[in-house]
Ligand binder design. Sequence first.
Ligand code: FAD
Length: 328
Amino acid sequence: IRSRVAIIGAGVAGLACGRVLSDAGVDVALYDKGRGPGGRCSTRRTPFGSFDHGAQFFTVRDEGFERAVSAWRDAGHVSRWDGRFVRIKNGNESPYDGDHRFVGTPRMNAFVKAEAEALGAHFGLRIATPRGREDRWQLYSEHGQSAWEAEWLVFATPAEQTAALLAGTGRPTSLLGGARRARSSPTWTLMAAFEGEEPVPFDAASLSGHDIAFASFEPSKPGRGGAHRWVVHASTDWSRAHLEEAPEDIVPKLTDMLCDLIEARSRPVHAVAHRWRYAQVDETAPESFALDADARLATCGDWHVAPRVESAWVSGHRLGAALIDELR
Ligand code: FAD
């Protein structure tokens, strides 16, 4: 398969870039290692109902992103989440209003999935090595397949993975410095379902001075319902301190914390932990995207701007516009 632009990573950033290019008539192909769409806006489906185990919601300030969100809302892929949000600081609880919060419906990955389908993104393909051959790039999967070629290559992957892929091309590029400069921190996440009725002290809590950073009551998000279930994100410090532990050792620890927090009467009947090794960028790259016209390589992603869904979209969208200028 030969395309003008190949995008590695079909998360929010890669898809935003792909959408701009595709709307301008550019032949674009997207590849993602995930089994399904979402990236860090993924959803885990279980017999107890779905869990949004990455981003919990997003806010909207950028005008372009507002237009995209409005189209997703019209199509039913996104809704406002008007839950009871609280802030808990050193044990003291207060209401947490802030900007309108949005989620994918009926699952967080819904708008990402719709975009991925519209753009024909390919999943289950981990790109291991991109190789430059004269005027084009060839992509090799981890199994050594090389069915994909493109003139331009966009990396819409987390910074650490982008740096490794760029270094693997064996070609010097100015993009490597930016990718190496960005630094992300990890998050351990718990997905827990209870059988009976348990207290629901809030729909979502943002905590500081606690080993839990965020807790969400999944049925309170629009379009969900189903069993009583929670998603818990551990704090960065806790996640880092327990980074290399096995998920089955993490589950009881985070379960204890959740049960304390909501004063649960019973233990969950289902509990699974997921490690996000590169969850949130702490130190960003200097520009909102990067492009090396000589090498025909470019990068985008939240790590160029801020650890948010909106920032990932803005980065990808801006790169798309800049690439169109280059391709003209
Ligand atoms: P990603 O979504 O990470 O997409 C990168 C894609 O690249 C992935 O799909 C991955 O599978 C693919 N990939 C990687 N390597 C390869 C390879 N070699 N070959 C092929 N594909 C590859 N944001 C908010 O706005 N609000 C929140 O409440 C919020 N909470 C969060 C909580 C957690 C635990 C996490 C992890 C993130 C949270 N975020 C939140 C951040 C938000 O999820 C991200 O900013 C955004 O989803 C990043 O999008 P992206 O496209 O830049 O990267």
